[in-house]
Ligand binder design. Structure first.
Ligand SMILES: Cc1ncc(COP(=O)(O)O)c(C=O)c1O
Length: 363
């Protein structure tokens, strides 16, 4: 794929995942400028782009570190020289814990905990390795996923971490995932603030108990401006904003550019008003809705099978075999995870091809 560099977009073989670099740069700068003026900092989630190159761009723009969903993703970032990594997830089982403490030997990795048994296992492994493993207590602030209940149960677990040799208590994390996609801004604000209030009251409980709590981490793209402005939050984990997707744009109305697209090709025009492209669910995902045709105008993507996309004409000009179609993914994170490389595009031609190093790193 490296031979793509320098080619005009319309000469690329299809289907191919592309990022529009000027738009990515605007998105990075827009988010960075929000945090530049506030006490809270940005720790972007790499679960979206899964690319160390893009993570380095975010760090250069002011991010304090990265957030990862999985240990394998964190290893991919560490291998590319990224130092400050939060794994916003539980790391369970001897094999994974061994990998985690090895990673802690050469990066400032942090991990979330919500269970005393896990705390003990992490502490023993960290001691054996001779590292001080950084730990955040994960608090369930209303999403109902992982995390201990707010306040006393979280404080108790924090005390356990603080007294476990091998571990270094760094604070608390939550994630108001139940609020990030609420379309109505006032309702989203109300729900997000109610969630973050639980995290802040837990932080105050830590302070009252004399426990260190330098980090209070939460937030996503849909709530960055709410959570990032909430007193006491020290960092926000937004990820999707960098490439955006039509789910966030159309449902939540987020003000970032759609910088991610798949370039596909018409392979058949079986009936008037219908065109079939060479991109199905092995190229594009539909977990929250169908992708959207960005160009040409007048065509709607109505169905995806494995390797085919069905386009129906609503207006505009007819499509012909071999024509290029630009598609905006509905969900960037899962679409990116289907691809090995990004084709980075500027002014209609390929500037770079970057491996998506964290792609498929689910272990
Ligand atoms: C722990 C955690 N933090 C932050 C996010 C934010 O992601 P996004 O920016 O895509 O809303 C997610 C999304 O799944 C998450 O699971």
């Amino acid at each position: 794929m490296e031979s793509f560099v320098g080619l005009p977009l319309n000469e690329l073989d299809t289907p191919v995942l592309c990022i529009d670099m000027p738009l990515v740069e605007i998105n990075i700068a827009r988010m960075a400028s929000f945090f530049a003026e506030r006490p809270a900092a940005l720790r972007p989630h790499t679960k979206t782009h899964k690319s160390p190159v893009l993570a380095h761009r975010q760090l250069a723009a002011g991010a304090i570190g990265v957030t990862c969903a999985k240990l394998g993703e964190a290893e991919a970032m560490a291998q590319a020289g990224i130092q400050d990594i939060l794994i916003a997830n539980q790391i369970v089982g001897p094999r994974k814990i061994a990998r985690l403490v090895n990673l802690a030997q050469y990066t400032q990795v942090m991990v979330a905990v919500d269970d005393p048994g896990n705390v003990e296992e992490l502490g023993l492994a960290a001691q054996r390795k001779g590292v001080a493993l950084r730990v955040l207590v994960e608090v369930d602030i209303g999403m109902g996923r992982c995390g201990v209940p707010p306040d006393q149960p979280a404080v108790d677990l924090g005390a356990r971490v603080a007294t476990t040799p091998g571990l270094r208590l760094e604070g608390v994390m939550g994630y108001e995932g139940h609020a990030v996609m609420i379309p109505d801004y006032e309702e989203r604000t109300r729900r997000a603030e109610a969630a973050v209030a639980r995290l802040i009251s837990t932080k105050e409980g830590f302070e009252a108990a004399g426990l260190p709590v330098p980090i209070v981490s939460s937030g996503g793209t849909g709530t960055y401006a709410i959570t990032g402005d909430y007193a006491g939050v020290t960092e926000v984990q937004a990820g999707s904003y960098i490439t955006m997707d039509t789910q966030y744009r159309d449902k939540v109305g987020m003000d970032f550019h759609l910088a991610l697209f798949v370039l596909a090709q018409v392979i058949s025009t079986p009936r008037p008003g219908v065109a079939i492209i060479d991109a199905g669910v092995k190229t594009l995902t539909r977990d929250f809705g169908l992708p959207v045709v960005a160009a040409p105008e007048g065509w709607e993507l109505t169905r995806l099978s494995e390797e085919h996309g069905f386009l129906e004409q609503r207006g505009g000009d007819p499509l012909h075999r071999g024509d290029r179609v630009k598609i905006w993914p509905n969900h960037g994170c899962t679409t990116i995870n289907l691809h090995d490389h990004y084709v980075a595009v500027r002014e209609g031609s390929v500037e770079a091809v970057w491996p998506i190093a964290g792609r498929g790193k689910v272990r």
